[in-house]
Each structure stands twice: as C-alpha cells, then as structure tokens.
Design a protein around this ligand. Structure first.
Ligand code: NAD
Length: 362
C-alpha cells in the first residue's frame, strides 16, 4: 500500500538535501506518495506566512513528515518555525542518535548514543521579556516583591518553565525507547545543583520513573560534567534524556563525536505525529551550490522508515550509507581529510552513490 508522507524541502540548502534524500528513499522500493509543502522563508515570500495552515493540515492527515532545515533569522523577525511546529503538533520528544560509522572523519570509533531531548518547554518555550518593555518593568518589580530578588532594570529576561507532566512523559519516552531498542542504560542530564526547582523537578521525576523500569540501568549527570565525559569517554553512555536547551547543545556535541553535523539525524516525535529532520540548520552560505552533505537527512529518513514499519528498507538504506562512508570516495567536502579536497563530490552525487550501493545490496 502506498504511504503518503508530507515532504517539507525547507530553505537554504534544504531543497538540495531533500531532493537527494527523496531519491534514495524511492530507491529502497518503499511506495511513498510525497505531499510537498512549503514552510519558512519560502512560504513567507509566497504566501506571507512562515507556517501556512495547509502544512499543518498535511502533517495531521499523514501523521508523518520528512523535513529539510528552515532558517530562523537571529534576534529579529519571526520566532523559529521549527520550534513552532514542535509546539503546535506536540512533538515532545526529539530523538537524535549519534552513531559512529567506519570511515567517518572523527576521533572516536565506538560512539553509539541516543540523545532524547524534551521539545516543548524550558528556555525554548519562547517566554521572553524585552529589555525596557513595560511588561518587563512590571515583571522585574513583581519578582522583587515576591522573592526579594533584584533583577537589573536594563535586563531582558527569559523564563524556564519545567513541568512535572512534560518531564514525566519525556523520561518515560526515553525508557520505552531504550526497552524497544535493546538499550541498557538511561542517563538523566540536568543542572539540579543550581536550578533546584526546575532541574530539581526534572531529576526527581526521572528518578521516580526509573523505578518503573528495573530492567534498564539509570543514573544522572550534571550537564557540564556530562559535556566533559562525552568528550573523554563517550563509550560509557547509551540513552541520554534531558530538558530542551541541554539537548540542543549536547546534540551538536554528539554530532561532533561522530564526524560532524553532516551525519547527525533527528526525529521529533509526539503521541500522534512525527517529523524527521537532520540536526543541522539550513547552512545558507552553501545554498544552491550542490555542496553540503545530504547524509544527516538520509539517516533521518532511515529513522522515518523504521517509524512507519519499513524495517527492511531502513536497514538496507543504513547499510548503503555505511558502505558509501566506509569507501570514502563519493562523499562531500566535510567528510574528506581536508575541506578543500578536490575529490569531494556534491550533494546529488552522494545520492547517486547511495542508490548504487542499494542496488548492490538487493
Ligand atoms: P547550520 O547547521 O546551518 O550550519 C553550521 C555549519 O555547519 C555550516 O556553515 C556548515 O559548515 C556546517 N554544516 C551544516 N550542515 C551541513 C551539511 N549538511 N553538510 C556539511 N556541512 C554542514 O547552523 P547555523 O549556521 O547556526 O544555522 C543556519 C540557519 O539554520 C539558522 O537560521 C538556524 O536558525 C537554522 N537552523 C534550523 C534548524 C532546523 O531547521 N531544524 C536547526 C538548526 C538551525
């Protein structure tokens, strides 16, 4: 039966890597009808809206989307469409596997961790007070009245809500993920020593949920120590679960462990919908150059195929990608010994090589 999936090409280098990924997924033989939808800068220019209603309708209908990166201008204009999508569809779990493949340019050879990041709250909730705004003055004086703490009057302020409910469901998700994927350990990452109420709540809930899963080991780490430990001995870690901002930062650290952003896939999963996208952004300076690595998005498609039950196709695509990486010939600049290596190939040539390997493997 043909499966309908929403395809959001994104902007910057998004459309190139999306096209390359669409081709390799089609080469697995899984019958998919793509419903192509525009969001972000492209949609803003065409329809005056960064997230037109029909994009959400399409994902709600199809339940699954594959998405290229979308640009968010820093410090001005609209808030991130990526964050908006996660909030509106309640995609509360961001799953980012960081696995090393033989041949990838990295200092480590045995990394296999999965970062499970809470996606809906924390400093990412977008509750901010602008410096000098009347509500900021009121907020600052309220804090002083209620808590006796003084915030400098020329401050901007961001709020960090961490709820018991959202913490519980993300930690449960991490344990269920561990169980379903034959993983042995879950590590909760936090800063509860300093943020006693917010991260303290997250840690307390995590410790409680862990008791429901006696078959999976549980431990916790303070986020700064976690960063160092991941650099020194990543092989000790398995599934890591954490609030939103730490997840954002450690995901990139994890990408660094396995050979860079060009190889780091991601999935945003809720109880009803799932959106698969690479960890990296739109790398706009390379847009239209057929240059960047499409593998992070291709690995995201592997996760998507698994999610829709196409296990065999997912495994074949993963093996084909691993074979292209191991060979090291048809890979982009970021995977060559130096970025100016003249043998680096472009985005679409990587797709050709993966399709070639898929044919050899079947
Ligand atoms: P970025 O990930 O786009 O790029 C940072 C650098 O990483 C690039 O300059 C490039 O050197 C390298 N890189 C990234 N992707 C690569 C690939 N596929 N192959 C090879 N090298 C790659 O991060 P940024 O520059 O901070 O962000 C650019 C835009 O993307 C911003 O507007 C940001 O908000 C947005 N963004 C979107 C998402 C998303 O759509 N989910 C995620 C992160 C950032």
């Amino acid at each position: 039966m043909t499966r309908r999936i929403t395809l959001i090409p994104g902007d910057g280098t998004g459309p190139e890597i999306t096209e390359a990924t669409r081709r390799v997924v089609e080469a697995t033989g899984v019958p998919i009808e793509w419903e192509v939808k525009e969001a972000g800068m492209v949609a803003l220019e065409k329809y005056g809206d960064v997230l037109p209603g029909d994009v959400l309708d399409s994902i709600k209908r199809n339940k699954v989307a594959l998405k290229g990166p979308l640009t968010t201008p820093v410090g001005k204009g609209f808030r991130s469409v990526n964050v908006l999508l996660r909030q509106v569809l309640d995609l509360y779990a961001c799953v980012r596997p960081c696995k090393s493949y033989r041949g990838a340019k990295t200092r480590y050879s045995d990394v296999d961790i999965v970062i499970v990041r809470e996606n809906t709250e924390d400093l990412y909730a977008g509750i901010e007070f602008q410096r000098g705004a009347p509500e900021t003055e009121e907020f600052i004086s309220t804090v002083e009245r209620l808590l006796g703490k003084r915030i400098r009057e020329d401050s901007a302020v961001s709020l960090k809500p961490i709820s018991e409910g959202a913490s519980r469901r993300i930690v449960r998700f991490a344990f269920e993920f561990a169980r379903a994927n034959g993983r042995r350990k879950v590590t909760a990452v936090h800063k509860a020593n300093i943020m006693k109420y917010t991260d303290g709540l997250f840690l307390a809930v995590a410790s409680e949920v862990a008791k429901e899963y006696p078959d999976i080991q549980f431990e916790d780490r303070i986020v700064d120590n976690m960063a160092m430990q991941l650099v020194q001995k990543p092989e000790l870690y398995d599934v890591l679960v954490m609030p939103n901002l730490y997840g954002d930062i450690l995901s990139d650290l994890g990408a660094g462990l396995i050979g860079g952003l060009g190889l780091a896939p991601g999935a945003n999963i809720g109880d009803e919908y799932a959106v698969f996208e690479p960890t990296h952004g739109s790398a706009p300076k390379y847009a239209g150059l057929n240059k960047v690595n499409p593998m992070a998005m291709m690995f995201s498609a592997v996760l998507m195929l698994r999610h829709i039950g196409e296990i065999d196709a997912a495994n074949r695509l993963e093996r084909a990608l691993a074979a292209v990486i191991a060979e090291g010939r048809y890979v982009t600049y970021d995977m060559k010994p130096t970025p100016d290596d003249p043998t680096a190939v472009g985005t679409s040539q990587v797709a050709d090589a993966v399709i070639g390997k898929l044919a050899e493997l079947s």
